[in-house]
Design a binder for this molecule. Structure first.
Ligand code: 13P
Length: 253
């Protein structure tokens, strides 16, 4: 089938401009010649433009950590899709669990952001995942199903075709507690089947599903050998050029 593996680094609220440029310089050296894995990084908003300049001529793609659905206007503190397009952002991370947990993001607001991103030619990394309480309560799958239905509401095949889904179990984020490859694979398979029911086999087989949550150079390989895991959305381990590059180079291990 050949889904191109996709490793993305979500820097969250880390790195000043100076630190960001340093990290990118390191990544360019460590990742030189990488072609069989797609790579993207999502610096904080203040570093996006300088990082975009630094990435010119490199195959590393730029992603934003969020965006707002309106085109422009009186929305203090927000960033529009056109502003991101202008500086060569290719992806936008949408619906991250930290946005849901701390900033009131819902399936509905994620849906509005996804539509806006699509309308402006940005590709989306759409994050979903259950909390520990939901997993222990036995409702992980119904939560995932609700997040997919809500986030993808009224989106046609064209919009989801190039979307990336990131399964990030909230209990595995920043905790050092990774889902086992089998636990992750079970949910990834469920997500793919749900996408087939919502769209078609062609869509579900083409779409890339990343795993996120305490991914490290040590555990990436075990995750990537699973049939339905097509990449990773990396937090902590993406803040260092060496560890992130080792994750990207998982095939060499
Ligand atoms: P960690 O890799 O730090 O657990 O973060 C995962 C994540 O939230 C990526 O979006």
């Amino acid at each position: 089938m050949g889904r191109l593996p996709f490793i993305a680094g979500n820097w969250k609220m880390n790195k000043t401009v100076e630190e960001a440029i340093d990290l990118v310089k390191g990544l360019k050296v460590h990742l030189k010649g990488i072609e069989d894995v797609e790579v993207a990084i999502a610096p904080p908003f203040t570093a996006l433009y300088p990082v975009a300049q630094e990435l010119k001529g490199s195959s590393i793609h730029l992603a934003s950590q969020n965006l707002f659905w309106e085109g422009k206007g009186a929305f203090t503190g927000e960033i529009s899709p056109a502003m991101l397009k202008e500086i060569n952002c290719r992806y936008a991370i949408i619906g991250h669990s930290e946005r849901r947990q701390y900033f009131g993001e819902t399936d509905e607001t994620a849906n509005r952001r996804i539509k806006a991103a699509f309308n402006h030619g940005l590709k989306v990394i759409f994050c979903i995942g259950e909390t520990l309480q939901e997993r222990e309560g036995g409702i992980a799958f119904s939560v995932i199903e609700r997040q997919l239905e809500g986030g993808l509401k009224e989106l046609g095949e064209k919009a989801v075709e190039e979307m990336v889904v990131a399964y990030e179990p909230v209990w595995a984020i920043g905790t050092g507690k990774t889902a086992t490859p089998e636990q992750a694979e079970e949910v990834h398979q469920f997500i793919r089947q749900k996408l087939e029911r919502l769209y078609s086999k062609r869509i579900s087989e083409g779409i890339r599903i990343q795993y996120g949550g305490s991914v490290t150079p040590e555990n990436i390989k075990g995750l990537m050998v699973q049939a339905n895991i097509d990449g990773a959305l990396v937090g902590g381990a993406s803040l260092n050029a060496e560890s992130f590059s080792r994750i990207v180079r998982f095939k060499e291990m």
